[in-house]
Design a protein around this ligand. Structure first.
Ligand SMILES: *Cc1c(COP(=O)(O)O)cnc(C)c1O
Length: 382
């Protein structure tokens, strides 16, 4: 049995990266400085979108992505229940109602047919989440959005570098939000970015990131600058720091290396785990480039919670992504949604397990996970 605990995710910052990050600590700007735009430009080049606004977290990004649309109170935003709570909380922050649509049983992404069933005259936006880093059926989602005049906000917290039919995620919806939280594929500690091709939305996002004020600190710096600035709208402080952006820049340069290693590990997992009839390996659509943020598999005829406990006992950091949002007490008490309304989500939730997956995993780590999974299946098989 493995002696030390293997977490389900872990960032990778090299000594060379750390040295570069140190430079930013020693020059003038810790926040509101030039690294912010440098990082935004690097992300724009990487994704191929027109505009990008880096923020303090994807949660902040989702909040301003909804805010920027100026929706009337009571508007409905259709999203998936099989996600992290931030995906639907952003509707609530803005006096909108999240409306859940069930998922597709293969990709675990929101099912476009179920979206259509949930549309009312209050519906104003669709908020798909690219689960595990696999893009949603964006063609179908965009078609529904066009027909009903809805905005599309993509939660791409898992999906930096992912592609749908040859198009990078971040260039498809009206607004796309990425996360650089420590657990994600590219990290800044805490952090996120909103991308858009609309200049109008971009200009307003800049205001929404920083108190609704029309001039940045950098624009007001230096001997020639005046003191004037104007607060145009009510907003919060959702800024990211130069320190975080310096980390993001070094991370982004290593994207290909990171994804290649994720793909290698996924291949080994798929090969080894598909040999057991009790395990169903993840499905991948043929028109996507998967970002492999997490590796999730379904158990057949084996109790998920028993599997989870036994793997943890063997020092393997398994996880569950996700407890459906409507099952959390806040949502239960406020909306009283019945789990039976989401048969596909419920079915997947009861059987799903996340295995450790991160670029720094050694071949030995990967083998430890496989050995533990095989042993656990043997043990729990009746
Ligand atoms: C991590 C995550 C978020 C929130 O990202 P933060 O940067 O931590 O705010 C939102 N949605 C999904 C699907 C996530 O996994």
């Amino acid at each position: 049995m493995r002696k030390t605990f293997l977490p389900y995710t872990m960032h990778d910052i090299s000594d060379a990266d750390a040295e570069e990050i140190m430079h930013v600590l020693k020059q003038g700007w810790l926040t509101t400085g030039p690294k912010i735009e440098e990082f935004e430009n690097a992300i724009k080049d990487f994704i191929g979108c027109k505009f990008a606004v880096a923020v303090s977290s994807a949660t902040a990004g989702l909040d301003i992505a909804v805010q920027v649309l100026d929706l009337p109170a009571g508007s409905e935003i259709i999203t998936t229940p099989f996600t992290f709570v931030a995906s639907s909380n952003c509707a609530l922050y803005n006096n909108c109602t999240p409306v859940f649509a069930d998922i597709d049983g293969k990709t675990y992404n929101i099912d476009p047919d179920k979206i259509e069933e949930k549309i009312t005259d209050k519906t104003k936006a669709i908020l798909p989440v690219h689960y595990a880093g696999q893009p949603c059926d964006m063609e179908a989602i965009k078609k529904i959005a066009r027909e009903h005049n809805l905005a599309v906000i993509e939660d791409a917290a898992h999906a930096i570098g992912a592609e749908y039919k040859g198009r990078k995620i971040g260039t498809i919806g009206d607004l796309t939000v990425f996360s650089f939280h420590a657990a994600k594929n590219i990290v800044t500690g805490e952090g996120g970015i909103v991308t858009t091709d609309s200049e109008e939305l971009y200009k307003k996002l800049l205001l929404l990131r920083s108190h609704g004020i029309d001039k940045s600190t950098l624009q007001r710096y230096g001997a020639a600058a005046g003191y004037e600035y104007d607060m145009k709208i009510l907003a919060r402080n959702y800024r990211i720091t130069d320190i975080q952006c310096a980390i993001g820049l070094t991370q982004l340069r290593r994207f290909d290396e990171f994804l290649a290693r994720r793909n290698e590990i996924v291949k080994i997992y798929n090969r080894e785990l598909s040999q057991m009839k009790e395990i169903a390996i993840p499905f991948v659509s043929d028109n996507v480039k998967h970002a492999w943020h997490i590796y999730t598999m379904l158990l057949n005829g084996i109790n998920r919670d028993s599997f989870f406990k036994e793997m943890k006992r063997q020092n393997i950091g398994v996880n569950v992504h996700y407890i459906p949002v409507y099952r959390h007490s806040y949502y239960r008490e406020r909306f009283g949604i019945k789990p039976e309304e989401f048969p596909v989500t419920e079915g997947v939730f009861k059987r799903i397990v996340t295995l450790p997956l991160f670029p720094k995993m050694t071949d030995e780590d990967v083998n430890d996970v496989i050995d533990a999974a095989k042993e656990t299946v043997e043990k729990l098989r009746d």
